[in-house]
Every structure is written in structure tokens, then in C-alpha cells.
Design a protein around this ligand. Structure first.
Ligand code: FMN
Length: 202
């Protein structure tokens, strides 16, 4: 590749927006997130890599007051208002039958057969790759000028019964509120250690 084709690092402003200034929000400004914005998040996050292009994440975007109430009633008391007052709260689900889609999602080879014989292997892969997709979702939303509030404090079995009763192969992983964060709703940033604390460069 010629030198001029190499991607340049993003600007400091972009890095601030994606990482350094981005926070996990508990409260939201009274500003809507449109259906177009939800689609725009998917249009970016879908390009994040998953093993064998599994794309095991299944996403339920709770935007109506009714859908948010159905979700919030299965969350911890402290998390309930973080769902109901958010413009959107998305359930990041995972499909343990993702391998049935591989003939068209990964057409180069018979990847379905790698997973057909082991539900345990499929569950591991669905959890790993749907978690990655959830992270891509957060970064896509931030890239589009939105803020996120991820949460795992809810009853997974109850959410699965509420939203995935007709799809027993789909289970909830975590949920994530999305909107325009209210900076008054958050504490100071928790520690983020320097490289040497949790890294080894060999
Ligand atoms: C998977 C996941 C689950 C989380 N669960 C909750 C939760 O149930 N309730 C909550 O208030 N915050 C929850 N958080 C928010 C974290 O506490 C927060 O992201 C972390 O402290 C970093 O905060 P910062 O992004 O503002 O630096 C969760 C975050 C993630 C990524």
C-alpha cells in the first residue's frame, strides 16, 4: 500500500469524543433519539468484526414508553429510571443458533459445521461476539454524537421471558441506554491506570 493510502489517526477532538471525554451516563437530557439515529448506529456497528462473521447479537431497541416500562420492571430499582427516562434503551441479546445464518454470512466455507455439534461452543461464541457487538454499539453511538449508559443490573431470565419468549435460542447479554447524557448525573471519572499496571509488552 502506498504511504498516502495509510489511514491517519483521528483528531484529538474525535478521540476525546470516543474515549477520553465519553462517560457512562445515569441521566439524560430531554432530547429525542430518532429512528433514523437508531438505524445509523446499526449501519456503523455492523462493520465491527466477529468470529467468522457470526454476528450473533440480536438487538431490541426499546424506544416507546411502553417498551421501556416492560424492560425497566425487570431491572434493579436504581437502574429503572436510567431506562425509563432514556430516549432509547437497547437490549443486547445473543443467539445461540447463530450458526444457522453462517451459510450466507460467511459464504467462503462451511462454517456452520464448525458449530453445529456443540451448543456449549455456540454459547461461548455467542457471548464473546455479542459482547463485542455491544462494545461496537457504544462506540458507534458515541461517534454519532450520542451517549450511552450500559447496564447489567437486571433479571436476565425475566427479560428473556418478556422479549424473547418466541425465540428460546436468544438470551439477553446486557442493556444500554442511549441519548444525550446529563453531566449532572455522573460522579468524577473512576481511575484508569497507566500502561504498566495491567499490561505487559513482551
Ligand atoms: C456491561 C456493563 C454493565 C454495567 N452495569 C451497570 C448497572 O447495572 N448499573 C449502572 O448504574 N452502571 C452500570 N455500568 C456502568 C459502569 O459502572 C461504568 O461503565 C464504569 O464505571 C465506567 O464509567 P465511565 O464510562 O463513566 O468512566 C455497566 C457498564 C457495563 C459496560
Amino acid at each position: 500500500m502506498a504511504g498516502e493510502d495509510l489511514a491517519a489517526p483521528l483528531s484529538d477532538a474525535a478521540l476525546d469524543q470516543l474515549f477520553r471525554q465519553a462517560r457512562s451516563f445515569n441521566g439524560w437530557l430531554d432530547k429525542d433519539v430518532s429512528e433514523d439515529q437508531v438505524h445509523a448506529i446499526w449501519a456503523l456497528m455492523k462493520f465491527g468484526p466477529t468470529s467468522a462473521n457470526q454476528l450473533p447479537g440480536r438487538f431490541v431497541w426499546c424506544k416507546s414508553a411502553e417498551a421501556k416500562a416492560r424492560l425497566a420492571k425487570h431491572a434493579s430499582e436504581k437502574n429503572q429510571p436510567k431506562i425509563t427516562t432514556a430516549p432509547v434503551c437497547v437490549i443486547v441479546g445473543m443467539d445461540s443458533e447463530f450458526h444457522e445464518q453462517l451459510p450466507w454470512l460467511f459464504p467462503h466455507t462451511d462454517a456452520r459445521s464448525w458449530f453445529a455439534g456443540s451448543e456449549e461452543l455456540r454459547r461461548k461464541n455467542a457471548f464473546r461476539n455479542s459482547s463485542l457487538q455491544g462494545a461496537y454499539l457504544i462506540m458507534a453511538a458515541r461517534a454519532l454524537g450520542l451517549d450511552c449508559g450500559p447496564m447489567s443490573g437486571f433479571n436476565n431470565d425475566a427479560v428473556d421471558a418478556e422479549f424473547f419468549a418466541d425465540q428460546p435460542n436468544v438470551k439477553s447479554n446486557f442493556i444500554c441506554s442511549i441519548g444525550y447524557g446529563d453531566r449532572a448525573s455522573i460522579f468524577g471519572r473512576s481511575p484508569r491506570p497507566e500502561f504498566d499496571v495491567f499490561n505487559r509488552l513482551l
